[in-house]
Design a protein around this ligand. Structure first.
Ligand code: SF4
Length: 453
């Protein structure tokens, strides 16, 4: 079906003077947006084959995400071949290469990147180690009870956001899954749900809350530990409670609401990951939720970043057994956040080449890591020009067809309506692997490991 742009968000304006001369726009129903962890798959797009003009149902953030999807400049095949060969040379010559990023790549590209890291005997790490890695580590410590967002929509009558501001970071989260939407056991939508927000400041999300608990910065672990004690009726240090900025009455009220909920969920945001305590804060949340299951059904879930970071955790977990910071230098996967996290490896100067895929490393990594990145040969694969000067840059498609994971680890299909002129991350990574396969293997031969007697 072909239409002209009439309603919905205008992602990109067509020139009004020549609109009548242009062909009508094509419509794509149920397109998927990866502008945030909600991964909305109910977007209706209108495009002309080169640019997207209308994204119906998308929020402003989604609109910006679709705006980036245009037909990129195509580099010639000769230039691509030369860039791939140069990238393979750099990686082959390195003793400990690092593959980092993958937040904007499809799961298919992530699989290629993992295979490449293994082929190189290098280290692979994703943006998870800079954000939600604490939640993964907390789950490894004591287990985690989780669910899909469909379950939240249909069942949750108590929703708590701790250190998160979904109204700005995940704009359709309230509308699609947690607050205003109606579900099988929440037929009255908002009226059937209680919303509690715990944060250090007032935000657009706290304005929607039935209860807003303002906590002092850096006191999350203490507040969560005291809340666990209140839930269980155990003793706690009252001086520590005063330091959190919360009162006993507030925590007793929260505990009462949690226990009487039919189905409760705690969404964990960056406020908890990026403050003192990091993964111990997350461990306190998962422990609280496990304990609350003695009274009622309770779940926890991290509010994941934009793109497909959630997919990177899933693909790394099902291929190597570990969600991020994986090293292959012994020929098999080893996991140790801190030791094998990109930020730490770079800051300590332990890697001698880096392949950055689909992430703005200069903006994401700490200064010490960025300093080392500028000293070693670096290859970038991205649709956008890099914000630092790599040795090799290959422009890849802004969005490629493939699989992305929603924040609840539900895989969804990405079907970009516009065919990019640039190759996908997956294609380029495979070309680099093919070029490497023609060179000598990095690992020592059996004869070198066990010399003949
Ligand atoms: S809420 Fe997130 S996934 Fe949904 S349209 Fe907005 S940016 Fe895209």
């Amino acid at each position: 079906m072909a239409v002209t742009a009439t309603d919905g968000f205008i992602v990109r304006k067509r020139s009004t003077t020549i609109t009548t001369l242009l062909p009508p726009l094509s419509v794509v129903p149920n397109a998927t947006c990866a502008g945030c962890g909600c991964v909305c798959d109910d977007i209706e797009l209108q495009h002309d084959g080169r640019s997207i003009y209308v994204a119906k149902n998308a929020c402003e953030r989604g609109e910006a995400w679709f705006r980036e999807q245009t037909v990129e400049r195509q580099s010639s095949e000769v230039l691509l071949d030369a860039a791939v060969e140069a990238a393979a040379e750099i990686l082959h010559a390195a003793d400990l290469p690092l593959v980092f990023g993958l937040g904007d790549s499809t799961c298919e590209a992530q699989r290629e990147a993992i295979a490449l890291a293994e082929q190189l005997g290098g280290t692979i790490d994703t943006e998870t180690s800079l954000s939600h890695g604490s939640m993964e580590m907390a789950a490894q410590l004591g287990g985690k009870i989780t669910c899909t967002l469909g379950e939240v929509k249909n069942r949750a009558d108590f929703v708590l956001y701790w250190g998160a501001n979904p109204a700005e970071t995940h704009p359709r989260h309230f509308e699609r899954y947690t607050l205003t939407t109606t579900g099988k056991y929440t037929p009255s939508g908002r009226a059937d749900r209680t919303l509690v927000v715990v944060d250090v400041r007032e935000t657009a999300s706290t304005a929607e809350a039935d209860v807003f608990l303002r906590i002092r910065p850096g006191q999350d672990f203490e507040a969560l530990s005291i809340l666990r004690a209140v839930v269980q009726g155990s003793r706690f240090d009252e001086a520590k409670l005063a330091a959190t900025g919360l009162t006993l009455d507030q925590l007793r009220d929260l505990s009462r609401r949690m226990k009487k909920a039919r189905y409760g969920i705690v969404f964990v945001g960056m406020g908890l990951f990026q403050t003192r305590g990091t993964f111990m804060n997350c461990a306190a949340v998962t422990a609280l939720v496990i304990e609350l299951n003695s009274w009622t059904r309770f779940i926890s879930m991290p509010m994941r970043s934009p793109g497909n970071v959630s997919g990177a955790d899933a693909v790394l977990s099902y291929t190597t057994g570990y969600p991020f910071a994986v090293n292959f230098s012994r020929g098999y996967p080893r996991y140790n956040p801190g030791e094998f996290s990109a930020a730490g490896l770079l800051a300590r100067g332990e890697v001698d080449a880096a392949l950055i895929v689909g992430t703005d490393a200069a903006a994401r990594l700490p200064q010490a890591a960025r300093d080392h990145l500028s000293r070693i040969p670096t290859i970038t694969l991205d649709a956008k020009p890099p914000t630092f000067t790599p040795r090799v840059h290959i422009t890849t498609a802004a969005v490629a067809a493939g699989t992305v994971y929603r924040m609840d680890k539900v895989p969804l299909t990405l079907r970009p309506p516009i065919t990019s002129a640039a190759p996908s991350d997956e294609t380029v990574l495979r070309l680099i692997r093919d070029a490497l396969a023609k060179k000598s293997a990095w690992y020592p031969t059996a004869a070198a490991v066990m010399p003949a007697k």
